[in-house]
Design a protein around this ligand. Structure first.
Ligand SMILES: [Zn+2]
Ligand SMILES: [Zn+2]
Ligand SMILES: [Zn+2]
Length: 528
């Protein structure tokens, strides 16, 4: 099967010639022909059960297997046998599948949860539902890109884990951030009103759960793909030297705001705070771009149909114009510019906020190309690892767990600012002495407003939620049936004996997601 990169490159080059190419994309159908969507669990037209098969990257119709609680893809009755994720009938309403013979009860995406919200608090079920919906979009994209997604078994092993936590009984708000593979999210971010308020306070043009996840996961993949790996020197050339004092850099950022000319070099004001944040912000935009362009192409939306001339980016802006994928990348980024321009206009025609309230200066496009190369290399490495044993003399692209352990620590308390100009903690209050500057309360120095316009935004899969004839995710289902929070992957969600107390680990020890690891402060200041 061709890789995602082969597929999207062919489709974007070909767009306008063919109406639609479903060879690999974001459009799903029930076997009865009904259009269905990423989060659907059943088809309303024919009542078929639906499940997301992460290896295929598709929502498929299911038929019952011969054993109880097993399923096969309806179109492949003799094919692989699956079971449904144990979080199906919980507020998470997870529609993912896993192999029936897996020792796990939760799908890959749900296995990544280390702490989930306390479901004895009535409103937490709905918050968790939204969080999991965004997280599944994230994980599905990472898998589509071919990036390694490995659950953390123990801290510092190079794996990935999520803590979804609220304010503690002592009133301490958790800081959204990343440290050594652990992504912490303050569940208040799933409250739309709270998040909108925070976005206003932070003067951010954009703040979403998916944006938070895409930003934080960028820090994780810095550990995995950059730290101590062959790309490190290239990274420093493109983004600056990450060894400058992180805490100090953020402090300066909060006190002084972004440099006046930030928009010429960065995707957001926050990106100008430190090379790690520049990477995470730009990484998030790379994921935004790839997912949205992929979705637009899946629906036959051609950048060539956009009736407006944009000056396309050329090799001149690339960090590596000789890279074999340089032309493919340029086509994707130019499609992104054309599509987002139209989508912004569509948003304005509806009186909505801009779909993509950002501008892409040439240096950011260069950084995006660097990320494209890194992601492709990471993807190719994973696929080599999966097919054959890794040849020893091959330079490893993955920086590995050891590197991951001593680096990270950034972002505690990150305003999550996926793409915001953000700063500040999520609550702006009582963060305690250990909070890092990223968790500092918003300062009045509103950095220059993010550029409002220009290019961008392709239609996407939201096409039909309202009219969607297909069974919506069954939210609410499980507050009653799931009095216990599955704290981690090793525990079956339904029978999970572990109490789900916010901030408490499965073994009863207090989880302490609010303790921010100290920022790695290494010497060697370097100019941004
Ligand atoms: Zn159907
Ligand atoms: Zn799941
Ligand atoms: Zn960050």
């Amino acid at each position: 099967m061709s890789s995602f990169f082969d597929s999207i490159s062919a489709r974007v080059a070909d767009s306008g010639k063919r109406k639609r190419d479903n060879s690999r994309g974001k459009i799903f159908h029930c076997d009865c022909g009904q259009p269905v969507f990423f989060h659907n669990t059943a088809c309303l037209a024919c009542q078929a059960q639906l499940g997301y098969e992460p290896d295929l990257g598709e929502v498929r119709s299911l038929a019952e297997g011969t054993e109880p609680d097993t399923w096969v893809l309806a179109s492949e009755p003799k094919g692989r046998i699956f079971k449904r994720c144990g979080n199906l009938n919980t507020p998470a309403a997870c529609n993912w599948l896993l192999p029936a013979d897996s020792a796990e009860t939760l799908c890959l995406a749900c296995q990544l949860n280390r702490t989930i919200p306390d479901l004895s608090v009535p409103e937490n079920g709905e918050l968790w539902r939204k969080i999991e919906a965004a997280k599944r979009l994230l994980i599905a994209q990472l898998l589509t890109l071919g990036l390694p997604v490995k659950p953390m078994v123990e801290e510092g092993d190079g794996g990935l884990a999520f803590d979804f936590v609220g304010t503690s009984v002592d009133g301490v708000a958790p800081l959204t951030g990343h440290a050594s593979g652990l992504v912490t999210l303050n569940i208040k971010e799933a409250d739309d009103a709270e998040r909108a308020k925070m976005r206003e306070q932070m003067h951010e043009p954009y703040r979403t759960l998916l944006g938070h996840f895409r930003h934080e996961i960028g820090h994780y993949y810095w550990d995995v793909l950059i730290a101590d790996g062959p790309f490190l020197e290239h990274y420093r050339k493109a983004f600056g030297d990450e060894r400058i004092d992180y805490g100090e850099a953020l402090k300066v950022h909060y006190e002084n705001g972004a440099p006046p000319d930030w928009a010429n070099h960065f995707i957001s004001t926050y990106a100008s705070s430190h090379p790690w944040e520049d990477w995470a912000e730009t990484w998030a935009h790379y994921l935004h771009m790839m997912d949205t362009v992929d979705t637009a192409l899946s629906y036959g939306i051609s950048p060539k149909a956009v009736q407006r001339d944009y000056e396309p980016f050329t090799e001149a802006v690339l960090t590596d114009p000789d890279d074999p994928s340089a032309q493919d990348f340029l086509r994707i980024v130019n499609a992104w510019v054309a599509l987002t321009g139209v989508l912004n206009e569509l948003s304005r025609a509806m009186g909505q906020r801009d779909f993509y309230p950002f501008a892409l200066p040439a240096p950011v496009v260069g950084k995006l190309q660097f990320i494209h190369r890194v992601v492709k290399a990471g993807s190719e490495q994973v696929s080599r690892d999966e097919t054959v044993a890794v040849t020893i003399d091959e330079p490893m692209l993955m920086a590995g767990a050891a590197a991951a352990q001593n680096m990270q620590t950034q972002e505690q308390g990150d305003a999550g600012q996926s793409q915001g100009d953000g700063m500040g903690n999520n609550q702006g209050q009582n963060l305690g002495p250990s909070s890092t500057p990223e968790g500092a309360p918003a300062v009045g120095a509103a950095p220059a407003a993010a550029p409002l316009d220009n290019a961008v935004a392709p239609v996407n899969n939201n096409v039909a939620p309202v009219n969607n004839p297909v069974a919506p995710v069954n939210n609410n289902v499980a507050l009653v049936n799931n009095p216990v929070a599955p704290l981690d992957n090793t525990v079956a969600p339904v029978n999970n004996p572990a109490p789900v107390v916010n901030g408490v680990n499965a073994d009863g020890t207090p989880a302490n997601p609010t303790t921010p690891p100290q920022a790695a402060q290494q010497p060697v200041p370097a100019p941004l």
